[in-house]
Design a protein around this ligand. Structure first.
Ligand SMILES: Nc1ncnc2c1ncn2[C@@H]1O[C@H](COP(=O)(O)OP(=O)(O)OP(=O)(O)O)[C@@H](O)[C@H]1O
Ligand SMILES: [Mg+2]
Length: 279
């Protein structure tokens, strides 16, 4: 988390952010966290995963992570002591039955929620010790999120949607416009930059959401059932895109999936059951 150059926002940026916040009623990632939903099971065809890049050092590790939710007088034990480590450039599938704690684990790793106990170290930083402002900066810079239901802002163009995290990070507008172009090209949506999300197919919407997640060049991409709302052809395209992203940018990818065939084709599968790692 190095020093970041801050830039004034243009009037149209301010308006876009305001509209976004009005629609979601809060900070970008917090708003997305609030929209988190449980996924549904889908089937999809196997995909061809290409040569593995050389893996780096451990970039994500959790130690005896526990999370309890209070529901009325009841305590729900969502995570019961999860210790995992993931290396830089690794593509990991997080699997397990519904309610086993997959989304909870992803939310904690992404700093969207706090653990009840245990620790999470991301890129050498114990994120439990970060104060709110630093945690927000961590979320903006180090992680990118992709969700089952895309969460694109309907009245912003595809390009503006992709640009939003850069506005929150106050990155240089010229650099960020370049990056939007580069990413739309990488996800094969260059021709759709000025379109509205409703003019895209589901697969295209998810590709736009992936470009948005990559805008601030995060080292880690966290994806919660990114193919859960797509047919098998589009699912396959998304997994191939993830593979391309990690080859090109060295991004570490942790992806929740219910699809056994997809899980079998990434580098490694981490299985959860009742809030514990089972393999
Ligand atoms: N905000 C919350 N408040 C209360 N309980 C919660 C909350 N979020 C999750 N839980 C509970 O924690 C447990 C783990 O939920 P989680 O959403 O992490 O499971 P999951 O593995 O992602 O399931 P799915 O495959 O259905 O998405 C479940 O029992 C769930 O009901
Ligand atoms: Mg879930």
């Amino acid at each position: 988390m190095g020093e970041q150059q801050k830039h004034a926002l243009t009037e149209s940026d301010e308006q876009a952010i305001q509209q976004f916040l009005d629609a979601f009623d809060g900070d970008f990632h917090e708003a997305i966290a609030a929209l988190y939903t449980h996924g549904k099971q889908v089937k999809s065809k196997p995909v061809q995963v290409k040569d593995q890049p050389v893996l780096g050092d451990v970039i994500v590790s959790t130690e005896s992570l526990k999370k309890q939710y209070k529901v009325g007088k009841q305590q729900v034990h969502a995570l019961n002591g999860v210790s995992i480590s993931v290396r830089q450039g690794e593509f990991v599938a997080l699997t397990g039955p519904s309610g086993s704690g997959k989304s909870t684990l992803l939310q904690l790793i992404g700093g969207l929620d706090k653990a009840s106990s245990g620790s999470i170290t991301i890129d050498g930083v114990e994120i439990g010790s970060l104060k709110d402002r630093h945690l927000a900066e961590f979320r903006n810079k180090t992680v990118g999120f992709v969700f089952q239901f895309f969460y694109l802002q309907p009245f912003l163009s595809v390009a503006k949607n992709v640009e939003v995290p850069g506005m929150f990070a106050r990155s240089r507008p010229d650099g960020r416009h370049e990056r939007v172009k580069e990413l739309l090209d990488a996800v094969d949506l260059a021709e759709r930059a000025d379109h509205l999300p409703k003019e895209l197919s589901g697969g295209q919407m998810q590709r736009a959401a992936i470009a948005r997640a990559l805008l601030n060049q995060p080292k880690i991409l966290l994806a919660d059932e990114p193919t859960g709302n797509l047919d098998s052809v589009n699912s396959k395209a998304i997994i191939e895109l993830f593979e391309k992203i990690r080859q090109r940018f060295g991004t570490t990818i942790i992806m929740v999936t219910h699809d056994k065939e997809i899980a079998a084709q990434v580098d490694r599968e981490i299985r959860l059951k009742d809030g514990e790692v089972v393999s």
